[in-house]
Design a protein around this ligand. Structure first.
Ligand code: PMP
Length: 302
């Protein structure tokens, strides 16, 4: 269940949580015309801090551009609105959801003339995946990942998440924790809401965005942390069988953070391995400000 907070920022002002409402004829509700971001704020010695806020705002603006949506706020204004909201809600740590969607005013697929509405919500959210500590069990989905020739998969857009929702539901109904999606070509793309890392020998592999995976900000953080630990990271297409023969495997995303994988399609990988644990620890030290080398990733709420 959702842990409600006091306020939601909507179209320029903080409103009480239950008053953040939209019309049923909003364009985005019918056609999936929206872009969004998920960001975490962590508790640090200097109060709550948003993790990689700048990179998330940049991706939101890139996503909007890909959909030809003109956001009514500048990056600076969205940054301030996000900080104001987290402050007003009094969180020590939280998840932040920014959304820009086409609102009420025109019907029919043509989005011309529909107003862009913006909202930012925040709430306290614990572990995203069941079994996050001991490792999750994955199933290869019968649904293929959105193809970059069908929708701009680099955009974090609302409509394409139907693909994620169907895959996640299928995996859960079959008794697994999460779904792995393959690209049209049969390469490993990503999970319904996380990027994938596989260790084989001394190297960590992660699929490229050409396989339809989102350019994950946590994927980027993990790449930096691993490189700084002296671990080689390669962005390379992976086959389904590469998952089955992995020495270690983990997922990463803003909501899921770094989550070990214990099995794929009932092929056991096992307990969280040494590299997974190292990366998890490094990520925890970065997000809490304990490791000074990554302080520039934090924006203190103040
Ligand atoms: N892939 C998908 C489909 C996602 O929804 C997410 C979560 N935003 C990710 C990957 C991970 O991206 P990030 O690390 O930027 O949260």
């Amino acid at each position: 269940a959702l842990t409600e907070a006091e306020y939601i920022w909507m179209d320029g002002a903080l409103v009480p949580w239950h008053e953040a409402q939209i019309h049923v004829l909003s364009h985005g509700l019918h056609y999936g015309t929206g872009v969004f971001e998920g960001i975490r704020a962590y508790s640090t010695a200097d109060g709550p801090a948003l993790f990689r806020l700048d990179e998330h705002l940049d991706r939101l603006l890139r996503s909007a551009k890909m959909l030809r949506m003109t956001l009514p706020y500048r990056k600076e204004e969205l940054r301030e609105a996000t900080l104001e909201l987290v402050r007003a809600n009094g969180h020590r740590s939280c998840y932040v959801r920014q959304l820009a969607h086409l609102g009420y005013g025109v019907m029919g697929v043509d989005p011309t003339g529909a107003p862009v509405q913006m909202s930012i919500a925040s709430w306290e959210w614990g572990a995203y995946l069941d079994g996050a500590d001991s490792g999750v069990r994955l199933m290869t989905s019968s649904w293929r990942r959105n193809d970059p020739s069908v929708v701009p998969t680099a955009a974090k857009a609302t409509g394409p998440y139907l693909n994620s929702a169907l895959a996640k539901l299928e995996a859960r109904e079959a008794g697994y924790d999460e779904a792995v999606l393959l690209s049209t070509d049969g390469y490993v793309s990503e999970c319904s809401g996380e990027n994938i890392f596989v260790r084989r020998g001394d190297v960590l592999y992660t699929p490229p965005s050409s396989a339809g995976a989102l350019e994950g900000i946590t994927q980027d953080s993990v790449t930096t942390l691993a490189t700084d630990l002296g671990i080689t990271v390669q962005r390379e297409n992976l086959l389904r069988s590469d998952l089955y023969s992995a020495d270690e495997m983990f997922l990463c995303g803003t909501a899921a953070e770094v989550t070990p994988v214990r099995a794929v399609d009932n092929r056991e990988i096992g307990e969280p391995g040494p590299v997974t644990r190292k990366i998890r620890d490094a990520f925890a030290a970065a997000m809490t400000g304990a490791d000074e080398r990554y302080r520039h990733w934090l924006t203190y709420v103040g």
